[in-house]
Design a protein around this ligand. Structure first.
Ligand code: C5P
Length: 390
């Protein structure tokens, strides 16, 4: 940690990392300790915090060597303007800078500074140099800053830093692939205030989008109305209706190598959406609706002359074995992932069966995040090898 008001957010990042099972060794510059105390960071990381190169607590008295030798990566967060300059020039005049020069592990920096400091040509030169040296830069973000100004330089939020770190370590089985994913429910309006939707939470689709991004894919996520944060590095497009989802998918699909339809798309919409709220009247106590069929997005994509590799999802309320394979064959997709709807909607875990021409493969119940990583690996294994094509 280097000096900056964003230091307080690293308390949360430390908590996220330790909760996920990481060992976090905190090293702070003198300036960082002006913003948050080593005591706080020690309590959250569960390890003594180092701030000085003269600290005698490391057994051989060589904190600048030993601390990096046991690390899989060093993450500088927040990374101040001054520290980026030091790194770019290889300065080693305090514990943290010396540790970075002496490291034998990857280095990730998370810049946090005022927008003018970020835009300063010297800072930009230094960042370009760091990138050329193979140092990973995470962010910065854009938005309101502690100084009251608005612009680039704001540190990424702790959740985003956490996801970027996880992403850094994930095997890149989808490197160079472009994925188009639908997620969540759709909402079919009846009138300006009412509509028909379903119980899909979007969690499985978002988990897949996150896992695919972490595996190196470029991900375009078309999301129905859900209350979920956009996974780090994923491009998200929000839609409401099945028709809007269809339009977004058809626009993006020419660029996609893989299409995964996770969304629970409404099969029908009303033929006429009332312009005003439908009222109960003495004459008509109950409205009558006529439904028309929505386009089947997955089947339409699969029927394209040169379709991407298509993966469908099916949430059934029973008889998964029968419906899963039948649905896969009907929609003409190579892979369909079946689950029992009532046992997945809104939950954080899921149990699925893979259906393909060669047969079925059940996967054990797992957290959706872990399951998404397994599914990404399964999908990656089935993709045509582009190195052969090109
Ligand atoms: O037929 P069913 O709705 O159960 O099929 C589920 C699969 O088809 C999912 O992959 C879903 O995203 C996709 N689907 C679609 N467009 C629809 C209905 C379903 O893309 N109109």
């Amino acid at each position: 940690m280097t000096g900056g008001i964003a230091c307080y957010k690293i308390a949360e990042l430390t908590r996220l990392l330790t909760k996920a099972g990481a060992t976090v060794q905190v090293v702070m510059t003198e300036a960082a300790t002006q913003f948050i105390t080593p005591v706080t960071m020690q309590a959250l990381s569960g390890r003594p915090v180092y701030t000085s190169q003269w600290d005698g607590r490391v057994p051989n008295n060589m904190a600048h060597i030993d601390l990096s030798r046991e690390a899989d990566a060093i993450v500088i967060a927040p990374a101040s303007t001054d520290f980026l300059a030091k790194l770019a020039h290889g300065f080693a005049d305090d514990l943290l800078s010396t540790l970075c020069v002496a490291r034998d592990c990857p280095l990730l920096v998370v810049p946090a500074m005022n927008r003018q400091m970020w835009q300063n040509p010297a800072t930009q030169r230094n960042v370009a140099q760091l990138r050329a040296d193979g140092i990973e830069t995470l962010g910065p973000d854009s938005g309101p800053q502690a100084c009251g100004e608005i612009g680039d330089g704001r540190m990424l939020e702790p959740e985003a830093i956490y996801e970027a770190i996880v992403s850094f370590f994930a095997p890149k089985v989808l490197a160079g692939r472009r994925l188009l994913i639908t997620a969540g429910p759709t909402f079919e309006p009846l009138d300006p205030v009412r509509g028909i939707t379903n119980r899909s939470s979007g969690k499985m689709g978002f988990a897949l989008a996150r896992a695919a991004q972490q595996a190196g894919a470029e991900v375009h996520l078309v999301a129905g109305p859900v209350a979920l944060a956009t996974p780090w590095g994923v491009y998200r497009e929000d839609v409401q209706t099945a028709q809007q989802m269809y339009d977004a998918v058809m626009r993006e699909v020419p660029d996609a190598d893989v299409f995964i339809g996770v969304a629970a798309v409404a099969d029908w919409r009303v033929d006429h959406v009332a312009a005003h709220k439908i009222k109960k009247t003495a004459e008509q106590r109950m409205p009558t609706f006529t439904f028309v069929e929505n386009p089947d997005i997955l089947a339409s994509v699969a029927a394209l002359p040169d379709p991407p590799y298509c993966v469908g999802f099916a949430a059934e309320s029973g008889d998964l074995e029968v419906h899963g394979e039948e649905k896969r064959a009907r929609k003409k997709v190579p892979l369909l992932i079946g689950n029992l709807g009532p046992l997945t909607f809104g939950r954080d875990d899921n149990e699925v069966v893979l259906f393909e021409a060669a047969g079925r493969t059940p996967l054990p119940r797992a957290a959706k995040a872990a399951l998404a990583q397994t599914l990404v690996a399964e999908i990656a294994r089935r993709l045509p090898d582009t190195s052969i094509i090109s």
